[in-house]
Design a protein around this ligand. Structure first.
Ligand SMILES: [Zn+2]
Length: 171
């Protein structure tokens, strides 16, 4: 179990690890040493194999959440994972059984699945098409559009204002 970071927090951090900074796509996981340390702090093993599995899961999950690929591309990530039931105090509890270096990648996919079932459409790409980030909408109205109001929200509002001003100006 991860305690340092929630499952949703981990999934979002992985999805959002390829931000566009000043118009340039970047990869926060490009530095393997730092990525290993971060994965270890998130409850992982911090091994190169784990980094590889998380990168694989990131690529597939980003494509699925963007609607570019079918969720079927997530199947290889779940390879070898099982859920083991146990009876505890009269109730059945399920424990994920998977090799340690695959666990974080599998948990990210299971968290995506939980969100897709319980809160369909709430995990989505930022509405700014120049932004590569994702958001999980926890608002009651389900109308959040930006990864961050402070960044993309204000930027897009300013752009719409500018376009309106231009379109109402006589030629
Ligand atoms: Zn954004």
């Amino acid at each position: 179990m991860m305690d340092a970071i929630s499952d949703e927090g981990f999934l979002l951090a992985v999805l959002n690890s390829t931000p566009v900074i000043d118009g340039v796509p970047t990869d926060e996981f490009a530095d393997t040493t730092r990525t290993r340390a971060w994965l270890a702090s998130a409850g992982g093993t911090g091994t190169d194999m784990e980094v590889r599995h998380v990168l694989e899961a990131r690529q597939a999950l980003q494509a699925v959440v963007r609607g570019e690929q079918s969720p079927d591309v997530l199947a290889p990530i779940l390879q070898g994972a099982a859920s083991i039931p146990a009876m505890t105090d009269g109730q059945i509890t399920w424990t994920l059984s998977v090799s340690p270096e695959r666990e974080l990648a599998v948990r990210a996919v299971l968290t995506w699945d939980g969100l897709a079932r319980q809160s369909p459409g709430r995990l989505r790409p930022c509405a700014n098409d120049e932004c590569r980030l994702f958001l999980i909408d926890h608002t009651k109205s389900n109308t959040a559009r930006w990864c961050s109001m402070a960044v993309c929200g204000n930027r897009m509002k300013a752009r719409r204002h500018y376009q309106r001003a231009r379109s109402t100006r006589p030629e």
